[in-house]
Design a protein around this ligand. Structure first.
Ligand code: GLV
Ligand code: GLV
Length: 379
């Protein structure tokens, strides 16, 4: 049976996989087709509710690929299980929208798509940093409104971040890559806050600093902050790269904003609720020299009242990972996760997932976050 608003690829496949949005590229479909899957894709661009996804699953569904905007919890995993399903992949690296414990209770492996978003997301954090520092949004609105009447020495003066200090909250793959881009490209010193020490980043920056000195330039440094307050006080620009969980919800709140420099910049490309958005609106209102660049929001697609009125905030609609290479790569990884589980393959442990993008991909699921809990073996 075809449900309205869903299209079918490889109708004769023996397994049935649903995908809640059309995904970019063709490779992901080839992977599922080769794994003998009939693929049913929802063609709507609306965010699907739980009932609509359940309807899409019907009474026979072997696997699903879902979006970060959907609530994959007990209800959907129990429906997937009842429909005979045994594989799920999020089309995202972040999986705060997935109740992994519920999936594990139903024995369902949960995949995500790390490794292909790293540079892409870090680049957007850099873009937002300079859009905020150099007032690109304000200046663009001004010129489009026909207000540009001639060159003025003090028109839209911004901040030169060169050789200043960048604070990185969460030094995982994306945070580390952003930190390196800021140190290499803009000679910024790094202060980072993370529950884990990032030795790779520290060593890299130490050696890069030595190199700069060897060619007669000022070195850059990298230091791990003991507390987040220390980072907030010292950084000229703070970029957030944590996961969203109970420990990071409203990690940046009114109190943290008050600890930052008056003319600091706050960047968030992680998840909206890591920043108390209402507190940020209030802070930006009373601190005109403070700037923010946001890709994510607390209640997407809604924005907190007042946010869009603020000239000192640059906003984009959750597009940090939106490059063709990355979004096609995410589709490849999500499809490979589901196809591999349906074929009974083990889960890949190596954080380097690039072999999955190549000609001869490993016979494994690229990234399963609950492999041990559901008894999927590891390679
Ligand atoms: C995007 O936000 C992702 O987590 O992939
Ligand atoms: C980001 O955290 C990634 O895993 O790529």
């Amino acid at each position: 049976m075809t449900i309205q608003g869903w299209k079918i690829s490889n109708p004769d496949g023996n397994k049935r996989v649903i995908v809640t949005k059309e995904l970019p590229g063709q490779r992901w479909l080839e992977i599922l087709t080769r794994a003998d899957c009939r693929v049913e894709i929802c063609t709507s661009t609306r965010v699907l509710g739980i009932d609509e996804i359940k309807k899409g699953m019907g009474d026979r569904c072997d696997g699903a690929i879902g979006q970060l905007t959907e609530d994959w919890g007990e209800e959907l995993f129990s429906a997937l299980k009842s429909a005979g399903g045994c594989a799920y992949s999020n089309y995202a690296v972040g999986f705060n929208n997935v109740d992994v414990e519920a999936a594990s209770r139903h024995g369902i492996p949960v995949g995500n798509t790390p490794g292909v978003l790293t540079e892409t997301t870090a680049q957007m954090a850099v873009a937002l940093t300079f859009a905020a520092a150099r007032r690109v949004g304000e200046a663009e609105r001004y010129i489009r409104a026909g207000q540009y009447k001639g060159w003025i020495p003090s028109l839209f003066m911004g901040d030169l971040l060169w050789q200043k200090t960048v604070g990185v909250v969460g030094a995982g793959r994306i945070g580390e890559t952003y930190a390196r881009m800021m140190a290499e490209g803009h000679k910024m010193n790094i202060i980072y806050y993370d529950i884990h020490q990032n030795k790779t980043l520290e060593d890299y920056i130490a050696r890069y600093g030595q190199f700069l000195e060897s060619v007669g330039l000022a070195p850059v440094t990298c230091r791990r902050a003991e507390t987040i307050a220390e980072l907030l006080r010292q950084a000229d620009c703070v970029s957030v790269h944590t996961v969203l969980d109970d420990s990071t919800h409203h990690l940046i709140n009114a109190e943290s904003l008050a600890q930052m420099k008056e003319n600091a910049i706050l960047i968030n490309t992680s998840r909206g609720p890591v920043v108390d958005e209402a507190a940020l609106v209030a802070h930006c209102r009373t601190h005109p020299d403070f700037r923010a660049g946001l890709d994510v929001f607390e209640e997407e697609p809604d924005l907190k009242p007042g946010l869009t009125d603020l000239e000192n905030v640059v906003i984009v609609p959750h597009i940090a990972s939106a490059t063709k290479w990355t979004r096609e790569g995410m589709a490849t990884l999500a499809a490979a996760n589901v196809a591999a589980i349906l074929r009974g393959y083990p889960a890949w442990q190596n954080p380097d997932i690039r072999p999955f993008l190549g000609e001869d991909p490993p016979r494994a699921a690229p990234s399963i976050v609950n492999a041990e809990a559901v008894g999927v073996s590891l390679v």
